[in-house]
Design a protein around this ligand. Structure first.
Ligand SMILES: *Cc1c(COP(=O)(O)O)cnc(C)c1O
Length: 377
């Protein structure tokens, strides 16, 4: 069976783990964490980066920093992972679900514009498949209405919009290093801050609501409880693993782009009518997180997945839209998210991981073309 995903081990992990162990200090915010954050600052162009235990907890931090409270409205995409909404719902906010665009699963800025009310305090966007949303339009809207933008960039490390890296486009951006992402350390994440005034509070929230980070730098002779917070920082062990991956980031991302392009070029002009390939805007560079094929309908989608499974290939669909989920229905309004439902029904993700061989990928390509042709005959 060709799996859908396989976490990549660069071979440098052992060395960095040993370094971490030798440092004699495994708890968070040590030497390894700080060098990882420096590297992430370089990649993202953010003014500060805090390493977290996951993208979900980075979003939790963003939600606290946003200051949302009971009854505030937060616009979130329907087509995203539950964490995007959870972080804000936990603060008492009301999620208002925004639909995807027709051409891409990313949230539609026009839809967001129609959902803004006096109660809207945050717009959260998800860069699906590592393809940045239209941040010009979203930042413009947010600016007009004085609303904070938070990006769920779990899949988008290394992507750019108008040549600017994701992480530098809005005040708060959350990344994931879960093993299913392009770079990973099992479980992990980061919060990138692009507004220096948010950093001192962020650091406190990160360290269980204490000023311990400042104390560690010698800026205070003691540390104490100063705000709300939790233990959002990973240990040096995770940081060490991530350091190895970041060392190899360039070659990992290049390989990914090669594999993504091989899929794209092989399917172009070959799939029957009704099937579609990802549409990538021109002002965007994406990191090849996910390759998907869009099917004409759910029935064909199911057929394609089972045909591939019979051929020994694991292909999978993706999100069930949040607006119609068991939890999301608690806030159900009369608004529908037809495009989110369409993407949920029609998208099939193909295996994509660093060690996927050219031969295996060619086999997948051939089987996809066969199954697609067969499905319409
Ligand atoms: C993977 C993912 C998450 C969750 O990331 P964790 O690091 O596992 O918390 C959140 N949002 C999106 C869009 C994701 O792809």
């Amino acid at each position: 069976m060709i799996p859908f995903n396989k976490p990549y081990v660069t071979g440098l992990e052992q060395d960095y783990l040993e370094q971490a162990v030798r440092s004699g200090r495994l708890s968070g915010n040590g030497i390894m964490t700080r060098s990882v954050c420096n590297r992430l600052q370089n990649i993202t162009g953010a003014s500060n980066v805090l390493l977290t235990t996951s993208c979900s907890t980075a979003l939790d931090m963003a939600a606290i920093l946003s200051g949302v409270g009971h009854g505030d409205e937060v616009i979130v995409p329907s087509f995203t992972f539950p964490s995007t909404a959870n972080a804000f719902v936990q603060r008492g906010a009301v999620p208002v679900f925004a639909d995807s665009t027709d051409l891409h699963p990313n949230v539609s800025a026009d839809t967001i514009a129609h959902l803004i009310t006096e109660r809207t305090s945050v717009i959260v966007v998800t860069h699906y498949a590592g393809v940045p949303c239209n941040m010009d339009a979203i930042n413009r809207l947010a600016g007009q209405h004085n609303i904070l933008v938070v990006e769920d960039a779990a899949m988008a490390l290394g992507s750019t919009f108008n040549n600017k890296p994701v992480g530098s486009l809005s005040p708060l951006t959350a990344f994931s290093f879960h093993e299913t992402k392009v770079l990973g350390c099992g479980e992990g994440g980061a919060l990138a801050l692009q507004r220096s005034d948010l950093m001192s509070r962020a650091e406190i929230i990160w360290e269980k609501g204490t000023n311990r980070a400042a104390f560690q730098r010698g800026q205070s002779d003691h540390y104490e409880w100063v705000d709300i917070g939790s233990s959002f920082l990973p240990s040096e062990i995770q940081a060490a693993w991530l350091m190895a991956q970041l060392k190899e980031a360039e070659s990992i991302l290049n390989k990914r782009a090669e594999q993504w392009n091989r899929y794209y070029l092989s399917f172009q002009h070959v799939l029957p009518d009704g099937f579609a390939l990802p549409v990538i805007p021109e002002n965007v560079h994406h990191n090849g997180s996910i390759f998907y094929v869009q099917c004409p309908d759910k029935q064909v989608r199911n057929y394609l997945i089972s045909a591939l499974q019979r051929a020994g290939i694991m292909a999978v669909f993706h999100y069930l839209p949040l607006h119609s989920s068991k939890m999301g229905q608690k806030w159900r309004s009369d608004k529908t998210c037809n495009q989110a439902e369409k993407w949920s029904d029609t998208l099939v993700r193909l295996p994509l991981y660093h060690t996927l061989s050219v031969q295996d990928q060619q086999f997948i390509i051939d089987q996809v073309v066969l199954a697609c042709r067969h499905s319409v005959n």
